[in-house]
Design a protein around this ligand. Structure first.
Ligand code: TXA
Ligand code: MG
Length: 316
């Protein structure tokens, strides 16, 4: 059993394993990550192998702070403003790589940009500091599966692939980081996530362009339509569930349902709903129901990230 409570000793051992080129899963405030030394191409290759992830899909490197980020990439004025406002936190910035960037080309899929994030989770931060290098980490699930928000979720997908899973309980935010590309002339939202569009636009003082669902030319290579796929089929915008379906409800007006049902937030709170989303999808999927009916969720605040994940879960 590779799960270990995230004590100081466990973090020391995890950092040693990372420096040794092995994989360690660790908690962040968004979802659990599958970490490797981002400067070690073989260790990064092991991430792609463990997840069954296509190699054209680049990884996020997790760094200690904005100063650390500046060792690997150029931060322009917009990047600096966003970093000041949201780091540490659930924001990933896609930046122009510096010529002397030591992050492995495989981690960035050979692009001239690199995705960097400074997580706020104390265990993630301690691990980055103890490892003394950037940690490449996608969500710690098999490629295409629902992202993990507990150590047990990671264990279910990847137990034989990791040296250790650091356990610090469920993730507070529950959806992945927001990805903003600030490497070009204007910032572009590549993935809705834990920091809301509204909050980012308030800092930029301008609306954010988005390339969220350009199926033809995904500018964020990870934004493939079919993702977060439960075994059950997913039916969106359901006002009620049909007989035999499992029901993913939201808000105070949810109708009753005979059969498996989870209300993401009985009070209609989108923050609570995001935190519950992936565990609820896993649980309803495990009920054995052939389909999951999902109530409509507002497209504001974290609702944008929640709906993005649900739409991907609904694609077959
Ligand atoms: O919350 C999170 O972001 C979690 C935790 C572990 O930090 N990580 C995560 O990683 O969700 P992953 O690999 O599942 O998603 C990273 C996203 C993908 O959509 C990928 O295509 C995009 O970031 N990405 C990474 N590098 C990029 C780059 N240079 N240009 C454009 N998109 C990039
Ligand atoms: Mg992922």
């Amino acid at each position: 059993m590779p799960i270990r409570p995230a004590t100081a000793d466990a973090i020391t051992d995890a950092a040693a394993a990372l420096r040794d080129g092995r994989l360690v899963a660790f908690p962040t405030e968004t979802v659990y990550g599958l970490g490797a030394d981002a400067t070690n191409a073989r260790a990064v290759a092991a991430i792609f192998e463990a997840k069954g992830r296509p190699r054209f899909n680049p990884l996020i490197a997790h760094v200690a702070d904005a100063e650390d980020a500046a060792r690997f990439a150029d931060l322009g004025p917009e990047a600096r403003a966003l970093a000041a406002a949201f780091w540490p936190g659930a924001l990933t910035l896609v930046l122009k790589k510096r010529p002397d960037c030591t992050i492995a080309d495989l981690a960035t899929a050979g692009l001239d940009t690199v995705a960097l994030r400074v997580p706020s989770h104390p265990i993630a931060r301690a691990l980055i500091r103890a490892a003394g290098r950037p940690i490449a980490a996608p969500s710690a699930n098999r490629s295409g599966h629902v992202s993990p928000t507990t150590a047990a979720h990671v264990d279910a997908d990847l137990c034989d692939k990791v040296a250790m899973i650091l356990d610090d309980g469920p993730c507070a935010i529950g959806v992945e980081s927001t990805v903003v590309d600030v490497s070009g002339p204007a910032p572009v939202l590549l993935r809705a996530g834990g920091v809301t569009r509204e909050a980012i636009e308030a800092v930029l003082g301008a609306p954010l362009a988005s390339h969220l669902d350009d199926e033809e030319r995904p500018s964020s290579p990870g934004q493939l339509a079919s993702h977060y796929a439960p075994r059950a089929s997913v039916r969106l915008n359901a006002t009620a569930a049909r007989l035999g379906e499992a029901f993913l409800a939201f808000g105070p007006s949810a109708p009753n349902h005979v059969g498996p049902m989870i209300n993401l937030s009985p009070s209609g709170d989108l923050i609570e709903a995001a935190a519950n989303l992936f565990a609820a999808l896993r649980q309803l999927d495990a009920s054995g129901a052939p389909a999951i009916a999902v109530m409509p969720i507002p497209e504001t605040g974290l609702g944008e990230a929640i709906n993005d994940r649900l739409r991907r879960a609904a694609v077959r």
